[in-house]
Design a protein around this ligand. Structure first.
Ligand SMILES: [Zn+2]
Length: 197
């Protein structure tokens, strides 16, 4: 007997973060009870998301074009770069409105204990960016966790000999906590109080 289409939808929805089986069931019934056009649009959007969203060639942020909206904004200072682990961290910093430079998304962190070494970080792209844009300062906004600190120290080690100022966002961001869940005022203070690495 084929699995019930409703059960299948519930199972798929329940795999999303923060969605338990109860919420998944509620969402599935909501979609089924609503306009078929909405269900089709939702399905089409999900099905094509990987094809339509690209990684910015310059910073690794997500966008619809080769270069993202931040990298093509002439009002943003290209000589100050904020390095983050993941795109949701970039989004959190943008929401705080405390940074007017540009970004570089590492899409990962050093994790020596898990065998993730420097060769897995996009260092070549970062160094190219530094020379092409005449970057003066890199603010490392990785999480204040063991991996985040190891990554910050490694970036400082590589970038400082090139004559760059390398700074680290200040504490105040909860220790080990993700930037994504840090409130805007705290994030703003963490930027203002950044210290040299
Ligand atoms: Zn970009």
């Amino acid at each position: 007997m084929a699995a019930s289409p409703l059960d299948e939808l519930v199972r798929l929805l329940a795999r999303l973060p923060g969605i338990g089986e109860r919420t998944a069931t509620r969402l599935a019934f909501h979609v089924l009870g609503g306009e078929p056009d909405y269900a089709r649009a939702l399905g089409a959007s999900l099905a094509s998301i990987h094809d339509r969203v690209r990684r910015c060639v310059s910073c690794g942020n997500y966008g619809a074009d080769e270069r993202c909206a931040i990298c093509t904004d002439p009002r943003r200072d290209p000589t100050i770069v904020c390095a983050v682990a993941r795109v949701p961290d970039l989004a959190a910093i943008e929401r705080s409105g405390s940074f007017r430079g540009r970004y570089f998304v590492l899409h990962g962190l050093l994790a020596p204990l898990d065998g993730v070494g420097p060769e897995q970080l996009p260092m070549e792209a970062l160094l190219r960016r530094v020379s092409e844009d005449g970057v003066r300062e890199v603010i490392v906004a990785t999480p204040l966790s063991v991996e985040g600190e190891a990554t910050a120290l490694y970036l400082a080690e590589v970038l400082r000999p090139l004559g760059l100022k390398v700074s680290r966002i200040a504490s105040g961001v909860p220790h080990g906590g993700e930037l994504e869940f840090t409130d805007q005022v705290t994030l703003g203070r963490a930027f203002q109080g950044r210290r040299d690495l």
